[in-house]
Write a protein that binds this ligand. Structure first.
Ligand code: HEC
Length: 471
């Protein structure tokens, strides 16, 4: 069934032009709102910033209010004059207004004078561990001997000791990267299954023909005397898939014993995402040495990408394994609205670009579908977007109250806690907001939460409020 997807996509585009639209006839939501809604609802939609949905605040309920109206109460129906795509765009627009209203009504929780941030299950303090000297740090990983590795997007790996001291020189000889747009040196992960740890890097690999194109690549090596050694390529796409696009590389990596999961983003090529034969917009599972383990979902499809595990992804930049049942979760950047938290199941299709809770950045909606038969819906989504980046599953004693919870970061400066039970999010909480650009979130071997921040590049950690002063 899988090779049919791109064909099905094209047919859908033609057949249901009301539900999908890339045509110029679609108007921007700002204009739609100003022309159709503002006269009654005002520019902000919510009066006095008070958020109250009288007819339901879910995406479906808001869409129904707009399409069917509430004629008996003076709200006209727009199902005839606006397309389903435009209505979905207005849903995203109203969600943005909702967030603005909530923000103005009650500014986010801040630490008090003592520096303590309250939250539902655990109060914490924030300590800075690396104050300066990092340019666009992207990822953090812990070595078994207590050292820490930090990647910087322009192409450097830095080694820190257990007290967060580093030498002035980054690791010499790491693979070249094309640091253009969103590309560069991305994730770092450590595999301790061998005698000496292997270090895995996810990066945007410059095409060898010097065409200025690049593609997500996974390489591993060892660090000896601050030098990169024994490099091996774990994943590299054929040159034909390298592209001049500077967006959506992914990537994150996670180990489940000797199995490696990693992400390749959609690279701005939406049509490739639904095609198992093309590398973009996919999550993969391989052995630590890059060989393909038995039991992968597409193993009987000789033309599918080797190692393919799931498809239909846009640009996931958070990946975490729940150590309790070893299930995999990812967070993914939506467009304008519709950032997702997904449980990643083998062979599953996550729907991009056929289903989405978001719209185009320009304000032009493109799909009316937020769900579809045969496609996985997110366990949780954020509209407006938090620019989801970095995901950790909590374990250890330091924050025992959060054990098994997922912490999801966002470049919009938010840190969210999600509790999953029986495949559903049963609790969600904003732990931090307005905090700076959160690029990576890790649960350290000490059970503390580490955040990698950009602009400026810093590393901070969350420690329980009751614990002693920093060491
Ligand atoms: C002629 C005035 C008028 C216009 C134009 C209008 N609305 Fe409404 N709308 C109302 C009224 C009045 C209500 C409240 C109904 C009630 O009190 O139950 C309402 C309710 C709603 C609700 C439900 C809110 C809730 O609390 O559940 C939504 C959503 C909504 N409007 C969206 C829109 C959008 C989007 C547009 C433009 C496409 C629009 N409206 C245009 C008058 C209008």
């Amino acid at each position: 069934m899988k090779p049919l997807f791109s064909l099905v996509f094209c047919v859908l585009l033609l057949a249901t032009s009301d539900a999908y639209s890339s045509s110029r006839a679609v108007r921007k939501v700002d204009d739609l709102y100003r022309e159709n809604c503002q006269s009654c609802h005002g520019a902000g939609f919510f009066k006095d910033n008070e958020v109250r949905w009288m007819h339901g605040g879910s995406a479906d309920e808001i869409a129904r209010s707009i399409a069917e109206g509430h004629p008996e109460r003076g709200m006209p129906a727009f199902g005839e004059s606006l397309s389903a795509v435009e209505i979905q765009g207005l849903v995203v627009f109203l969600r943005e207004k909702e967030k603005q209203a909530r923000k103005s009504a009650s500014p986010p929780a801040r630490s008090d004078r003592s520096g303590i941030v309250p939250s539902r299950h655990a109060a914490f303090r924030i300590e800075t561990v690396v104050e300066a000297g990092l340019e666009m740090p992207w990822a953090l990983a812990f070595l078994p001997d207590g050292r820490r590795l930090v990647t910087e997007r322009p192409g450097r790996v830095r080694v820190f000791d257990a007290c967060w001291k580093t030498s002035t020189e980054p690791v010499q000889g790491t693979p070249p990267v094309l640091a253009k747009g969103q590309g560069g040196l991305l994730d770092v992960a450590v595999w301790t299954g061998g005698k000496e740890p292997w270090i895995y890097l996810a990066l945007s690999d410059p095409a060898e023909d010097d065409s200025g194109k690049s593609m997500t690549k996974i390489a591993r090596g060892k660090i000896r005397d601050n030098k990169w050694a024994n490099e091996e390529v774990i994943f590299q796409a054929p040159l034909a898939f390298y592209s001049g696009s500077g967006v959506h590389f992914g990537s994150r990596m996670v180990f489940d014993e000797d199995l490696l999961y990693f992400i390749v983003g959609e690279r701005g090529d939406q049509m490739a995402v639904q095609d198992p034969q093309r590398p973009q917009g996919k999550i993969y599972r391989m052995r630590a040495d890059g060989s393909i383990p038995p039991g992968n979902p597409f193993e009987n499809d000789a033309r599918a990408m080797p190692g393919l595990w799931s498809l239909g992804h846009r640009n996931p930049q958070g990946l975490a394994l729940d150590p309790r049942d070893r299930s995999l979760y990812a967070t993914e950047h939506g467009p304008r609205g519709g950032d997702e938290f997904n449980r990643i199941l083998p062979g599953a299709n996550y729907g991009w670009p056929l289903v989405s809770f978001g719209m185009d950045y320009s304000g032009k909606p493109f799909t009316a579908f937020t769900e579809k038969e045969g496609m996985e819906s997110p366990l949780h989504h954020w509209t407006p977007s938090i620019a989801a980046c970095g995901l950790a599953c909590m374990s250890g004693d330091a924050f025992a109250e959060w054990n098994g919870d997922f912490l999801a970061g966002g470049l919009r400066g938010e840190l969210h806690r999600l509790r999953v039970r029986d495949g559903k999010v049963v609790e969600s909480e904003t732990l931090l907001s307005g905090f700076g650009r959160i690029r990576d979130v890790r649960c350290g071997p000490d059970g503390l939460v580490y955040l990698v921040l950009n602009d400026p590049g810093r590393i901070v950690r969350l420690v329980p409020a009751a614990s002693d002063a920093p060491n």
